[in-house]
Write a protein that binds this ligand. Structure first.
Ligand code: AKG
Ligand code: FE2
Length: 452
């Protein structure tokens, strides 16, 4: 599909690339900054109709009765009854659902026990959050977000939920959507944080005096969040799991304009490709992953690194999408640091988790290290803006030739880590591990073969 404004954008890129005062360092800074501006959450307030605010729910154990209320005019007594119908809310700890009122004090109804008239599809809430959550995805035209109702929660006076991440339910789950209904309450702000970014979603303030509005917030699964204590009234929420799914072919594809950050990211990457002094011999731009993914955790794990490329989020999705558009190969690799503590180490990039079991008992202490170095590509961590290559080549030309230059644009992170176990030598045999951290590699061919 032809994108509007494409030609003028090309022109801009060419103009940028030929401006003499811009150096590779400047472009790398723009690239790095464009990745910092990624969205981890998005929120808003929406006016709805009174009839969107009806709730039916099961009341009582055993012989249940159906009750209903409308959040536009729910009295304190109505809300108290709703709170009584709830069970204490559990939360995921490790692989279990646990009840711990020091950590989470709230009531919940599973979605088999209530029906809400509010429809996130009709109200276009999913359409409202999608551009932010899909921002930067190269395949955004082919993917949509599906919201699946998960629970209703009631936070009465004294309720709270300490800092946590939501348990992903399935691989395609990318985040959560919380809708706060317009009931009068104080406290209960939701604080969100991810890396260095943080914000507070104060729905009590947003909804004050509003009887037929709802407040919503959507965030990625690896965002830490907490509900502050509700000091008075009832805070009622509907939570949804958000899944990234293929767009049904019958749905129209809306024209998508790249965001400013995405356009800047693309322009900077194109400018680096066009700079013949940058990574002259070719090499890799490395990007530490900003989000957590279900990567394979060990050599026997049937998950593949490759499938993660289709579920990248935020800044990770942005650089992957932009690189593909610029025509550069982008892959996920595990980075191993085989430093033995005495400086005799190498960085190795491997396309899958290295299996160290076949080496058996590592009598010769370097066997595990050697196995890793054989399994991947040896990397030369360098500053690609300086022409170090030649100097180093004088020292050890052969070594240099067998290594691939790697320049980290954003730091390697350790949130997506795979472990390879091996039996190590010592006064007793003990189990030891090498760790690989997943990162995005964008590969530059040598300058002579690059098409600007
Ligand atoms: O109610 C909220 O604002 C968030 C609740 C929450 O974090 C959860 O249900 O996991
Ligand atoms: Fe949560």
């Amino acid at each position: 599909m032809r994108r509007p404004g494409r030609r003028s954008f090309r022109f801009l890129v060419t103009a940028l690339a030929t401006m003499p005062q811009e150096t590779a360092k400047d472009h790398l800074n723009v690239l790095r900054k464009s990745l910092e501006q990624s969205t981890q959450w998005t929120s808003g307030v929406l006016d709805v109709r009174g009839e969107d605010l009806t709730l039916f729910y099961n009341y009582g154990e055993g012989e249940r009765e159906a009750r209903s209320l409308n959040f536009e005019n729910a009295t304190n007594q109505h809300l108290e009854e709703l709170a009584t119908a709830c069970q204490p809310a559990t939360f995921g700890r490790g692989k279990e659902d646990v009840l711990d009122e020091n950590y989470r004090k709230a009531g919940k109804l599973d979605c088999t026990n209530f029906a809400a008239s509010l429809d996130v599809g009709t109200l276009q809430i999913v359409d409202a959050i999608s551009p932010d959550l899909l921002d930067g995805r190269g395949d955004a035209d082919n993917k949509i977000i599906r919201a699946e109702l998960y629970k209703l929660n009631v936070y009465g006076p004294g309720s709270f939920f300490k800092s946590h991440k939501d348990t992903p339910r399935g691989e395609e789950m990318i985040g959560s959507l919380v809708i706060v209904l317009p009931t009068k309450h104080d406290g209960g702000a939701l604080s969100l944080s991810h890396g260095k970014q943080a914000c507070t979603f104060d729905s009590a303030a947003d909804l004050a005096e509003k009887k037929t509005s709802i407040a919503y917030v959507a965030f990625f699964s690896d965002v830490m969040h907490a509900v502050e204590k509700v000091t008075s009234g009832y805070r009622v929420t509907l939570t949804y799991n958000l899944f990234l799914v293929d767009r049904p072919s019958s749905r129209l594809v809306p024209a998508r304009q790249p965001s400013t950050a995405e356009a800047a990211c693309e322009a900077a990457l194109r400018a680096l490709v066009a700079d013949p002094t940058f990574l002259r011999r070719g090499g890799i731009l490395g990007f530490g992953l900003m989000h957590q993914y279900p990567i394979p955790r060990g050599p026997k794990d049937p998950q593949t690194l490759n499938h993660v490329l289709s579920i990248l989020k935020g800044a990770d999705a942005r650089i992957y999408g932009v690189a593909s558009r610029v025509g550069l190969e982008a892959t996920l690799h595990l980075v191993y640091d085989t430093d033995d503590g005495e400086g005799y180490g190498r960085y190795v990039g491997a396309a899958e988790v290295v299996d160290l079991e076949p080496i058996g008992y590592d009598e010769y202490w370097g066997a595990a290290k050697e196995a890793i170095e054989k399994a991947g590509e040896t990397l030369w961590v360098c500053d690609a803006t300086e022409d170090l290559d030649d100097e180093d080549a004088w020292d050890d030309p052969e070594q240099l030739l067998e290594r691939t230059s790697l320049h980290w644009v954003t730091k390697l992170t350790k949130i997506n880590r795979a472990a390879s176990a091996y039996i190590a030598y010592g006064n007793e045999a003990s189990l030891d591990h090498y760790y690989g951290d997943a990162a995005l590699f964008v590969r530059f061919p040598e300058a002579a073969g690059r098409e600007p």
